[in-house]
Design a protein around this ligand. Structure first.
Ligand code: FAD
Length: 310
């Protein structure tokens, strides 16, 4: 598959994640954005599956349209939350009939309002079960990816157990890993080393979420209990009321993080776009992964933001 080719060619590659919008107009706007952003050369785009299966119909519809109508290489997220094996089979069959060849196989988060995750009747307990099911019933038709957690998954009994479970997913047939968002590059690189030492050799895409707003950043990192290096807190504090400055900082921070990862030999980057176009584009331009049109030059380095180059 395409990621394998990029890895062999030893070149950086990237993907864009979107979520199903709440309104029909939002969906129409998303198609426009996905099509425009595809010109930035992602290996694929992917669409999330709502907690508790809430957006499953819309996820399937968006994936079908982006793959078939717009011709974008599309990866559909699929979770096991509130999904019986029959429902999973229907989702996979629909995906295949729609020409979708990429699935991100997930256990899923608990439905909104619930804290603990429980398997539904006649459903799967872990993502690995879904990976096994796909391989058993669909052979090599789908390119299958799975989620990885550089800081460990919140339910994990230990970092070692978490890594062992990740390896099980790869051994069960996953082709590559996409990580949870993170902001501590040293910690991430250490985790990559531990993955490789544990015998996980498939491509790993670093989950990059550009900071779009101070409140959004706070909400997301609190929810995921993400470790935030001290300098990021210190940099954001004086500009947190200035939305433009926060966005600009988010772009520079992501460029800085990706540059460090690239310098360490990392190739794959997965952008949590939050359905927004500009930051991701500016980051790819700033990294020189794509050419910057004259009027869209990457933001100049702004030392007043206090971002440390390492
Ligand atoms: P698993 O791999 O099943 O792991 C879940 C937990 O169980 C971990 O703690 C693991 O260590 C443990 N575990 C695994 N196997 C075993 C075993 N055999 N025995 C005991 N313990 C085990 N959520 C959504 O609802 N929709 C989405 O679209 C979505 N997209 C995502 C995309 C990415 C890139 C990432 C990183 C996450 C995404 N999530 C999404 C969130 C994800 O569903 C949650 O993080 C969920 O809690 C775990 O899913 P998983 O597939 O990693 O689960």
């Amino acid at each position: 598959h395409k990621i394998e080719a990029a890895t062999k060619e030893d070149r950086p590659f990237w993907s864009f994640e979107y979520f199903p919008p709440k309104t029909q107009q939002g969906v129409v706007n998303l198609y426009d954005r996905m099509e425009r952003m595809y010109k930035l050369g992602p290996e694929f785009i992917d669409v999330t599956w709502g907690a508790g299966g809430t957006t499953s119909r819309l996820t399937t519809e968006i994936c079908r349209t982006s793959q078939n109508v717009y011709g974008l290489e599309t990866c559909m997220h699929l979770t096991c939350t509130n999904m019986s094996v029959e429902m999973i089979e229907t989702a996979l069959r629909d995906a295949k009939e729609s020409g979708i060849q990429n699935i991100l196989a997930l256990r899923g988060d608990p439905p909104r309002g619930e804290v603990e995750w429980t398997a539904c009747e006649n459903g799967f307990a872990h993502a690995v079960d879904l990976v096994r099911y796909i391989r058993q019933h669909y052979g090599d038709y789908f390119c299958v990816s799975v989620a990885g957690y550089p800081e460990g998954h919140l339910d994990a009994t230990s970092p070692e157990d978490d890594l062992a479970h990740l390896k099980n997913k790869v051994d069960a047939g996953a082709d590559y890993i996409v990580t949870q968002l993170f902001y501590d590059v040293d910690m991430y690189l250490d985790w990559i080393e531990r993955c490789r030492a544990a015998g996980i050799h498939c491509p790993i895409l670093a989950g990059i979420m550009p900071i779009q707003s101070y409140n959004g950043f706070k909400r997301m990192t609190t929810l995921c209990k993400t470790a935030i290096p001290d300098h990021i807190h210190a940099d954001l504090e004086p500009i947190k009321e200035d939305d433009q400055a926060v966005k600009q900082y988010g772009v520079q921070l992501a460029i800085d993080m990706c540059s460090r990862l690239r310098a360490a030999g990392h190739l794959g980057f997965h952008f949590y776009t939050l359905n927004l176009e500009k930051s991701t584009r500016l980051i790819l331009e700033g990294l020189r992964f794509v050419a910057a049109p004259e009027k869209l030059r990457p933001l100049p380095w702004n030392p007043s933001l206090g971002l440390k180059r390492r």
